[in-house]
Design a protein around this ligand. Structure first.
Ligand code: ADP
Ligand code: ASP
Ligand code: MG
Length: 406
């Protein structure tokens, strides 16, 4: 019998009513003859509520204990959903990550899945049960509870689908697929019928939170057919696939944006070997991830060095730069945490020139100043002021005619 792994996100299990709807839906799938492994998130808002509780004790809580706390959100949902199934006469069994076992490394708050013990799951499926697994969590070798980073239930689902060789991994959420951009920002955004793993990976990495990055990576690596669909309405959703020869390549498949950005500049440092590493080493020693980096051409034998970090790391990064700036003989340190990154993504860019210049022209016409630029084979990203985010995304969506994508 064909096995399907399904994942229901926070909104899809956000109330008792929603959980009952999911249970009804699962019964229908079961009646169609599918074996089902179901991964659920915490009820919507719950993980944020727990994070806030922790913050009231300590703004930087001990990572191990934060995981113990956050994992409780998903434990509530697996129990409620299993009860709802049993009430309908459908045998079901819930498992926390540790019970499965979903073995991870020990990197609390951002653990990676290493191995999944699927013996219990196979036995339950053979007995006709629906298996309900808590997303977002696992256990390390020593028995510590770990979590996989925000949005991690997607990754739990894909990892289970890979391990169990499921026919498909279906991610049920509050939109009916992957859109040309976040439909909450641009109402004209269109659902894509398919998108390549490569493009989806770029979109996820550049800020489209519809799928966790690792889930896409995992699905690509293990060739798991992955589909994003709505838990509220019927439809075929968006299939994430490999690029095929005959696939007509859209020039641009989507626009991603990221509000969690901040930039820092160290002004007037001597233009000499070793400067870049002298600036970035203390930043990376503090576990701060650097995204874009730009160094100006030197004038008067000095140069400016700019980079971006996650907005949460802005103050810490600024402190570090202020500390090292006199040693580096820098003129000054400046920064801006009201910036965003907007990116165009599309495999079609490989074979088409002129996309970057068109993008820059549109932004100029809207009076939007570009602060930084970075490109790769299938994406172009710009950093702009936060206040222009919506204007920029809408203008780009219109210029590249994404409302006509089908
Ligand atoms: P879940 O709780 O089901 O995991 P998420 O909030 O994590 O749901 O992801 C779904 C949300 O992702 C949508 O409500 C939408 O606002 C947002 N989103 C961002 N970019 C896109 C996109 N390109 N296509 C679809 N949804 C997107
Ligand atoms: N509940 C977790 C979160 O909000 C995991 C998930 O929903 O995927 O990030
Ligand atoms: Mg999510």
């Amino acid at each position: 019998m064909a096995l399907i792994v399904q994942k229901y996100g926070g909104t899809s299990v956000g109330s008792i009513e929603r959980i009952e709807c999911v249970a009804d839906k699962l019964i229908r799938f079961k009646e169609q003859g599918h074996d089902l492994v179901v991964v659920v998130s915490a009820m919507s808002g719950e993980t944020n509520r727990l994070v806030e509780l922790a913050r009231q004790i300590d703004t930087q809580p001990v990572p191990r204990e934060l995981d113990v706390l956050l994992s409780t959100g998903e434990q509530v949902t697996i129990a409620l959903l299993s009860m709802a199934l049993e009430k309908r006469g459908q045998a079901a069994r819930s498992y926390t990550g540790a019970q499965v076992q979903i073995l991870t490394d020990s990197a609390h708050n951002k653990a990676r899945i290493r191995e999944i013990d699927d013996r219990n799951i196979h036995a339950d499926l053979a007995a006709g049960r629906i298996v309900v697994v808590a997303g977002f969590q696992g256990v390390d070798e020593k028995g510590n509870i770990t979590t996989l980073g925000r949005g991690g239930s997607d990754t739990t689902a894909v990892a289970l689908a890979a391990g169990l060789k499921a026919q498909e991994c279906q991610i049920y959420t509050d939109v009916d697929g992957v859109y040309t951009t976040d439909p909450r920002m641009v109402p004209e955004a269109r659902r894509l019928k398919r998108i390549t793993f490569e493009e989806m990976l770029e979109l996820a990495s550049l800020g489209s939170k519809v799928l966790q990055i690792r889930a896409v990576e995992f699905a690509g690596k293990y060739n798991v057919p992955l589909r994003v669909l709505s838990s509220f309405e019927e439809g075929e959703g968006t299939l994430i696939t490999y690029e095929e020869e005959e696939m007509e390549e859209a020039l641009i498949s989507g626009i991603a944006f990221n509000r969690d950005e901040a930039k820092l500049t160290i002004v007037g440092v001597p233009d000499q070997p070793g400067i870049a590493s002298a600036i970035l080493e203390p930043i990376s020693d503090a576990n701060i991830e650097v995204d874009m980096i730009v160094q100006n051409i030197a004038e008067d034998s000095t140069t400016d060095f700019t980079f971006t970090v996650h907005r949460n790391d802005y103050e810490r990064a600024m402190e570090i730069l202020n500390k090292i700036s006199s040693n580096l003989k820098a003129r000054e340190v400046s920064g801006d945490n009201k910036i965003v990154k907007v990116s165009l993504v599309g495999v079609g860019m490989r074979s088409h020139a002129g996309i970057a210049s068109k993008m820059f022209r549109v932004l100029a016409q809207e009076g939007i100043n570009i602060r930084m630029i970075s490109t790769s084979e299938i994406k172009i990203s710009v950093v702009i002021d936060e206040k222009y985010l919506e204007l920029g995304v809408r203008a780009l969506h219109e210029t590249f005619e994404l409302e006509k994508v089908s």
